[in-house]
Design a protein around this ligand. Structure first.
Ligand code: BGC
Length: 766
């Protein structure tokens, strides 16, 4: 079974796409899939999680560190690079099983003969500060090679520069590049140790670059290693003698060198093996889907904040500074389910990030004159909103357009609450509520209480003037998705209170005291009693996306596309193409039907899928997976399959929107990666855990014979095998409790620790 992806020739036009596709990372940093000799023009980036900087009045964005893996080769005075030299063959490959990137380029030497340059690298999972590489050259004729390798301090920035007072120095044999960020003056340090057993080395004073000259003999292989460490002032360095980032980085490369490449690679591999052992999903019968799904999981794993609860996952992962490195609702709604089922510790970190950024959300609510917590649409380190009021430029006039993502996508606060409750219900770990989760829940409920409008004629609370997931229709009233989520927030606020009161009465009393001035539970309850959520029309079963949606112009997507004047024009906003029509950017009602799948009949889901799908542009990579999920839910997996494949391959094919207006939005798509997992596991395999019982309702696409996966439920480890006629559940012997499973709504059966359940499926429904 395939665990790697490769390109077997070099194509200049794919440099940016491959930078995303071949990315490696370890949650602390992302390293784009660029080649050793590349520089900032080819978008090399070592993107650091959670370190942001603002240059002048430009957008705040994450900081890219200097590139410690920079290496170039010259033969007999001539530079060899895939960009300009004569290449006889070239392979770039990513092994997703161990997150190791390789390239091998064979150059036709100007005076005849071939020179092979190979490099392998990984971002250590064992020590998240480390990048490690093994490189080699081999020539078919004698020649003089000069290798330049060190730390490239000329970094790619979208809205930089971010690194100031850049200094290059040498400490014994370790190269060091250090700088401080402009806004917060945070030190950023890269140290590099290269180990050569050949040639003559020269390092110019004040330069983080080594020049190794060697008379290469035909037929011999010359191999060397690079150990690179990245530290910043944000790293909690070992207490005690408190080393500086420079000391920590130097120490890290020295001990890496002492351990050696093979040991480091082996440790890294073992940790990856362990990761896969609790996250790999095996699809039998569909190689293409198998690889695409694994690749999607890989993308999530390389950016998962396994060691920090102060960062979450940005919308473009760690693939650069696109989208300001900001965290959107994507995390809670599209990525969290994967982590909940495979690594609850990471799921907890993601939700702790929201707790740590609660003050930013409080500030935003206050700024708009509301109570409680209004989470940032684009969240960075403090939780203050990085989203601007003018997020898109009009391609026709070049003028900034007023967009209302920041002010009106109020559903973000409900998404955060949804995530917190999912975590608590799923894991049973209610300590998250005591660690700040309850405050987040209640503050968000207070925000909605202050945002809601009481319609005294209709005697109900409504939510007016919002933008739902479909961003092409801004400032609408009673967006069904938003209203449904606000209702859920209020319910969760009540349930949180009940849970704490019962289990932690003292903590409940103390926490509640903070909210005694209200609005609090009494008000939430009153609001819930007369809260309006748009319902299916009794005849058509369609739920109107928002008030008066049905009054908009009905056009086909094809017709709308034919009206496009500029391929980068923005379809939403004041005068966007879609604004006056029923065409939506992404799943909205259908997403709601998926989130609250047990509150709607199959007929309602089907009617709305069929109504909204032709009207959906899928202009966001978050959209198709939701159509796949609901298709599976209504028993039509083959309708869903193409949407699943589109989602799962987005970062392999690079087929996605690259521009909105004149803004570059390329990069990786973690929400789609999480969406692919959801479609496969929660959709086709039909897994649903309500906190007590695991329900399995398979709906496999025709190509799939079975799906097999590990899951962690309530702290217990299980392995599920779901085929067309049978479900097998194996519980780890180390599990501490029984867990109930029901298949196709049958009788629940308990699975004891160490036991196996085999449950037959009714053929017709798979
Ligand atoms: C989508 C949003 C999403 C954002 C970041 C936008 O294009 O419409 O729903 O949160 O991208 O992925």
């Amino acid at each position: 079974m395939s665990w790697s992806t490769r390109d077997t020739h070099f194509d200049k036009d794919l440099v940016t796409t491959n930078g995303n596709k071949y990315m490696i990372g370890n949650g602390y940093m992302g390293y784009r899939g660029t080649l050793e000799e590349f520089g900032k023009e080819q978008l090399v980036a070592v993107t650091l999680a959670g370190l942001y900087d603002k240059a002048g009045d430009k957008w705040r964005e994450p900081v890219n560190a200097p590139n410690g893996l920079y290496t170039s080769i010259a033969c007999d005075g001539e530079d060899l690079t895939v960009l300009d030299s004569e290449v006889a063959s070239h392979v770039q490959e990513l092994d997703i099983r161990s997150a190791v990137h390789c390239r091998e380029t064979v150059y036709n030497l100007p005076e005849g003969g071939l020179l092979t340059f190979s490099a392998e690298r990984f971002a250590s999972l064992d020590n998240q500060h480390l990048l490690v590489s093994r490189l080699s050259i081999h020539s078919t004729r004698d020649c003089r090679i000069v290798i330049e390798t060190g730390i490239d301090g000329k970094v790619w920035d979208i809205n930089g520069p971010h690194l100031f007072e850049l200094q290059e120095q040498l400490e014994k044999d370790v190269l060091i590049t250090s700088a401080i960020t402009g806004e917060l003056k945070i030190p950023v340090v890269v140290a590099e140790q290269a180990v050569f057993s050949f040639g003559e080395q020269q390092i110019d004073e004040g330069k983080a670059l080594r020049r190794i000259s060697v008379e290469v003999r035909a037929g011999e292989t010359y191999e060397w290693y690079k150990y690179v460490a990245v530290y910043t002032g944000l790293d909690a360095l070992n207490a005690g003698d408190t080393p500086t980032p420079i000391e920590a980085a130097v120490h890290a490369v020295r001990s890496a060198q002492a351990q050696g490449y093979a040991v480091l690679l082996n440790n890294h591999r073992q940790l990856w093996e362990d990761r896969w052992s609790h996250s790999d999903v095996i699809i039998e019968g569909d190689e293409e889907a198998q690889f695409a799904l694994r690749y999607s999981i890989y993308q999530l794993l390389i950016i998962a904040p396994a060691e920090s609860e102060k960062v979450s996952i940005p919308a473009r992962g760690l693939s650069g500074q696109v989208y300001k490195g900001a965290v959107f609702w994507d995390t809670e709604m599209f990525m969290l389910p994967f982590f909940l089922h495979s690594d609850p510790g990471i799921a907890r970190n993601l939700m702790m990030y929201r707790i740590h950024t609660l003050d930013g959300a409080r500030r935003k609510a206050a700024e708009y004159g509301f109570l409680g917590a209004f989470y940032a649409w684009e969240s960075q380190d403090t939780g203050d909103d990085a989203c601007t009021l003018f997020n898109v430029n009009d391609v026709f006039t070049g003028r900034p357009m007023r967009t209302f993502f920041r002010d009106k996508q109020v559903h973000i606060s409900a998404d955060v609450v949804h995530g917190i409750w999912q975590y608590v219900q799923f894991t049973g770990d209610d300590s998250l509520l005591l660690d700040g989760g309850a405050e987040v829940v209640w503050e968000c409920a207070r925000f909605f209480y202050s945002y809601a409008y009481y319609n005294s004629v209709k005697e109900r609370y409504e939510i007016l003037d919002v933008t739902g997931p479909d961003e092409y229709h801004e400032r609408v009233n009673n967006n069904a998705f938003t209203n449904a989520l606000v209702k859920e927030t209020l319910e969760i606020a009540m349930r949180t209170a009940e849970l704490l009161k019962e289990k932690y009465p003292e903590a409940y009393r103390d926490l509640s005291a903070q909210f005694s001035a209200g609005p609090y539970l009494a008000e939430f309850e009153a609001m819930l009693d007369s809260f309006y959520v748009p319902q299916p029309d009794p005849e058509s079963l369609i739920i109107e996306q928002f008030d008066r949606y049905h009054k908009l112009e009905e056009v086909t997507l094809a017709e709308l596309k034919s009206r496009v004047i500029n391929k980068h024009e923005y379809w939403g906003g004041g005068n966007g193409l879609a604004t006056t029509t029923t065409i939506l950017k992404q799943a909205d009602i259908v997403l709601m039907l998926n989130l609250f799948k047990h509150s709607f009949t199959k007929a309602v889901k089907k009617a709305n899928w069929e109504f909204y799908e032709p009207r959906t542009e899928h202009g966001s990579s978050l959209s198709p997976c939701i159509y796949a999920l609901v298709a599976a839910d209504i028993g039509s997996p083959d309708w869903g399959y193409p949407y699943f494949m589109r989602t799962a391959t987005v970062d392999l094919t690079g087929v996605s929107k690259q521009y909105v207006g004149d803004l570059y939005i390329g990069g990786t798509h973690p929400a789609a990666n999480g969406g692919a997992w959801m479609a496969a596991v929660l959709g086709f395999a039909g897994l649903y855990f309500d906190g007590e019982t695991v329900h399995i309702h398979p709906s496999l696409p025709k190509q799939w014979q079975s799906v097999e996966l590990p899951v962690v439920l309530r702290g217990g480890s299980f392995r599920l095998h779901i085929s067309r006629d049978e479900v097998t559940v194996s519980a780890a012997a180390s599990n501490r409790e029984d867990l109930a499973f029901t298949i196709q709504d049958g009788q629940p059966e308990l699975c004891h620790p160490g036991a196996q359940l085999r449950l037959r499926l009714e053929a017709a429904s798979v």
